[in-house]
Design a protein around this ligand. Structure first.
Ligand code: ZN
Length: 450
């Protein structure tokens, strides 16, 4: 049986991932199949609570799953919890008592007071096809569509308030997980909730150096500790990476107040699943896209330090933006010249009447040659440099009055400061779903039946 939950947290506290920990404790008589899942959905939606992350977990009958191989997935209530390899678990059916237990947890831990928090949970006895997931990570789905999918798959659901959580809850179960990473989330003792998090920065740097398959731990250029969330609530820190056992080793390196509990999630973070290849004419607000095109208007820095340029393809033009929080990435974008051929990766927002692509990374495919005038033309008769007549007016010899055009000046190619290939925003500005370049070098190497 599968359980999916979404939209229980608030800017002011709570965390949907924590409900998974509670669920594992509450449903002790069942075995956890695979890893619990943390599934990030469309990052452009204006009504999302925080990271727009939903959770799902599969339970099987303990005596059946325990025959399979096991691996540590959590530490809860002082006990190490194991997950079991996927297989032979479908026969476990959810009943009234399970639904009651899930409702109780959601009703106890969700932040109902926040008007933007609209919880929902789903229970399925069979896995779902992944179509619903793709709709929820790349597009905009409605509660009605979620209910239709749940009914079609004979699932159970309970929505609260406007029931928006049903969309993410269903999508989290529907995620197939072809490309994936892991995140170990450490939780605080409840008595520390809401207090500032003491994490030794040096130990996070050590983690980053010594665990090569983790990512987004520390921003070396901006001195930013990325494993620590900004929000209040139960999450102490999260370590992201490719290898669950390395995450556990990483946890031992981080110096902090004692970690109360932890859970390892299999996630779609750092997979670029939100991005679809598109032409400019086909781009819509609240979508994310990869667009290949030429720079048709050079970058300008606007108020607030944001850098904007215009990209064109044969179907249209679109503004592309590297916002101030993307820090040093902006100096790369500022080096782009009209005519450069690039691939832009990012999310589409509608700002004023124009669509703007909020850049996550770019791939430079072709750089135009840039020439600069180094000398005014020589007068062929007098062998002296001519003088400029004024902007666009060409040149004239002061001695014999001979004229020359703009083009006759001496031009020299100037080296470009950027190269072909990828450039990405720094760790401190990274979106959950954005695939770091570090991951592009290491394709997913864990393909077993998690
Ligand atoms: Zn002359």
């Amino acid at each position: 049986m599968w359980i999916g939950i979404d939209d229980t947290d608030s800017i002011n506290g709570g965390c949907t991932t924590y409900l998974v920990a509670e669920l594992i404790k509450e449903l002790k008589e069942y075995g956890v199949v695979g890893y619990p899942r943390l599934v990030r959905l469309n990052p452009t939606l204006p009504w999302k609570t925080r990271g727009n992350g939903a959770v799902a977990i599969q339970f099987g009958r303990k005596d059946k799953v325990e025959r399979e191989s096991k691996f540590p997935i959590a530490f809860l209530d002082g006990n190490l919890i194991f997950g079991f390899a996927v297989g032979k678990c479908e026969e476990e059916k959810a009943d009234e008592s399970i639904i009651k237990k899930v409702s109780k947890i959601v009703e106890r831990l969700a932040w109902f007071k926040d008007p933007k928090t609209n919880p929902g949970f789903v229970v399925f006895n069979k896995p779902l096809s992944n179509d619903f997931y793709w709709g929820a990570v790349r597009g905009v789905l409605s509660q009605k569509e979620a209910k239709k999918e749940i009914e079609r798959r004979k699932g159970f659901y309970r929505g609260y308030k406007n029931e928006r959580g049903l969309i993410g809850a269903t999508a989290a179960v529907s995620w197939e997980g072809k490309d994936f990473t892991f995140e170990l989330i450490a939780y605080r003792d409840p008595e520390f909730f809401g207090k500032s998090r003491g994490i030794d920065d040096e130990s996070v740097k050590k983690l980053d150096r010594e665990c090569p398959h983790t990512f987004d731990n520390w921003d070396w250029k901006n001195d930013h500790n990325r494993i620590k969330p900004n929000s209040k609530g139960p999450v102490y820190y999260g370590i992201r990476g490719e290898d669950p056992s390395e995450l556990m080793r990483g946890k031992e390196l981080v110096k902090s107040e004692p970690v109360h509990e932890w859970v390892i999630f299999k996630t779609n973070q750092a997979t670029d699943d939100h991005l679809a290849r598109k032409q400019i004419a086909g781009v819509k607000p609240y979508e994310s896209a990869i667009i290949e095109g030429k720079v048709c208007k050079a970058p300008v820095t606007i108020k607030g330090g944001h850098v904007i340029f215009v990209l064109e393809d044969k179907t249209g033009v679109i503004d592309c933006a590297a916002y101030e929080p993307t820090k040093e990435f902006r100096s790369v974008v500022r080096e782009l010249k009209v005519g450069d051929l690039i691939e832009c990766y990012g999310s589409v927002r509608k700002e004023r009447e124009r669509l703007t692509l909020n850049l996550e990374k770019i791939k430079i495919l072709k750089l135009v040659k840039v020439k600069a005038k180094t000398e005014n033309p020589l007068c062929p008769r007098c062998k002296i440099h001519m003088h400029s007549v004024g902007k666009g007016g060409g040149y004239r010899c002061r001695r014999c009055r001979a004229k020359a055009s703009q083009k006759e000046a001496v031009f020299k190619e100037i080296p470009r400061k950027i190269n072909l290939g990828f450039y990405e925003v720094p760790v401190c500005a990274r979106r959950h779903l954005a695939k770091p370049l570090k991951r592009m070098k290491y394709p997913t190497f864990f393909t077993s039946n998690f």
